[in-house]
Design a protein around this ligand. Structure first.
Ligand code: SF4
Length: 447
């Protein structure tokens, strides 16, 4: 029997400018070819045409605009990339019908735009990699990266020098990836980046169409859309900007999990200033109170650094008092370590190692006591739990909405042999310790 393969979409390419642009075009085509696309040397046969532009001189820009015009006239389905991507508004003004405009070196963006404009037909013979990509996590949860790099310059961190300023992915590419992951079995999307709340600041004026709606690249808009795609959406690495307050109502509505991973790093104003972090800690306490009023279920996870250069006994005592007041659900702490290349290394007031150790131990004891009390308050309640593993003895391990995989606690279940990985079930909580909860599936409990 002869096997009939569906025809892959064809991509045309017009490459303008210097050899660097040519290499970019080759990379894009190589990636598209490895994704299964066919190449096409004329406009008429192409399902989509890429124009890789040059913007070095005014004459080169004009040539690029003419090439875009020709591709639109001859084919109509055009994606623009390359140096002129920086002038997306000029391009869109002259050619409102272009499908997408991406900048130079944004390979993932342009390839993503081709996937959206000319999707591959589903075929196990053409798509050797599953639609959702190859995953290192279990099927039922997936990390979803929304941006790379960071615009902040926290004194203890070298990420911006390693990864550069923030570059956001286009919202439609993120949402498409989310849909694929969910179609492949993902129940929980874990949104990650270096700075989730800054998502879109670099592409704010480039809304994208998604299922007939215009999506503005902003954390709140993205979170709302993701909440309609996956049963559970968890936000990680949220920098404490004021607009974070806007996602709390989405948590109260149940669109996004009532969970906020928001690294505060410290509470003392002078330490925060030295860290080059927002230093309005009293306001943060008010905001946390406000968040809990809007969404009483919210679980707040944060990380802190103890022993930062210049941290005095008084700063540290203030941090402990602040923690008492804030009553955070999950807390991680690091003892300050100088990282090669970090600005903090040259700050005065280095804290002796034994003092760092002592502060770390006191900080962890305080946060463990808070966590234990907050978990104890859940005993007797029924909580939704996602199942991570079922054992042969009829037990299971899962996580409540307040627990992210790997970093937070777990829920240990008895009488749960009938459950499967990825199930989301109500669980009656019977016991708690400092980190974990213990319970039984609500149906088994009532049987
Ligand atoms: S700590 Fe986070 S917010 Fe600060 S510079 Fe590093 S990545 Fe950016």
């Amino acid at each position: 029997m002869e096997l009939e393969l569906p025809a892959p979409p064809k991509v045309g390419m017009v490459s303008l400018g210097c050899p660097k642009n040519l290499v970019d075009s080759e990379r894009i085509l190589t990636k598209l070819r490895s994704d299964g696309y066919a190449m096409c040397s004329d406009y008429a046969g192409a399902d989509v045409v890429l124009v890789n532009t040059c913007g070095f001189l005014d004459s080169a820009k004009e040539e690029s605009l003419e090439a875009i015009g020709e591709a639109i006239a001859e084919n109509g389905r055009v994606i623009v990339t390359g140096c002129m991507g920086k002038e997306a508004e000029v391009i869109r003004e002259r050619f409102p019908n272009v499908l997408a405009v991406t900048g130079a070196h944004q390979y993932e963006e342009v390839v993503g735009a081709v996937h959206v404009a000319a999707p591959m037909p589903p075929s196990a013979y053409l798509n050797l990699v599953p639609d959702a990509g190859l995953k290192l996590t279990p099927r039922h949860y997936s990390y979803l990266k929304i941006s790379e790099g960071c615009n902040h310059r926290c004194a203890f961190c070298i990420i911006p020098s390693l990864r550069g300023d923030l570059v956001s992915r286009r919202p439609d590419a993120i949402l498409k990836e989310a849909e694929k992951l969910v179609a492949a079995g993902t129940k929980e999307l874990l949104v990650i980046s270096q700075d989730t709340s800054a998502y879109g600041v670099d592409i704010r004026k480039e809304p994208r169409m998604w299922h007939g709606r215009e999506i503005v690249p902003h954390m709140t808009d993205l979170a709302r859309e993701l909440g309609q795609i996956a049963p559970w959406v968890r936000l990680h690495y949220v920098y404490p900007y004021p607009h974070v307050d806007q996602v709390i109502p989405l948590m109260a509505e149940g669109l996004v999990l009532p969970y906020l991973d928001i690294p505060f790093q410290h509470a003392s104003r002078s330490v925060l200033k030295a860290m080059k972090r927002p230093a309005n800690e009293a306001k943060v306490l008010e905001r946390i109170k406000g968040w809990r009023e809007i969404c009483p279920e919210i679980a707040i996870r944060s990380t802190f650094i103890v022993g930062f250069p210049g941290e005095t006994d008084a700063d540290f005592e203030y941090l402990l008092e602040w923690l008492d007041e804030a009553q955070l659900d999950r807390v991680g702490a690091f003892r300050f370590e100088p990282v090669k290349g970090a600005a903090a290394n040259s700050l005065p007031g280095s804290v002796p190692e034994e003092v760092k150790e002592e502060r770390y131990a006191r900080f962890m004891a305080k946060s463990a006591a808070i966590s234990a009390a907050r978990l104890a308050a859940k005993v007797g309640r029924t909580l939704d739990v996602i199942i991570d593993a079922v054992d042969e003895e009829g037990g299971a391990t899962g996580r409540s909405q307040a627990d992210a995989p790997e970093i937070d606690g777990e829920v240990f279940l008895r009488d749960a042999g009938h459950l499967a990985e990825g199930d989301i079930v109500p669980v009656r909580i019977e016991d708690a310790d400092e980190h974990d909860l213990y319970g039984v599936p609500a149906q088994a409990a009532s049987a």
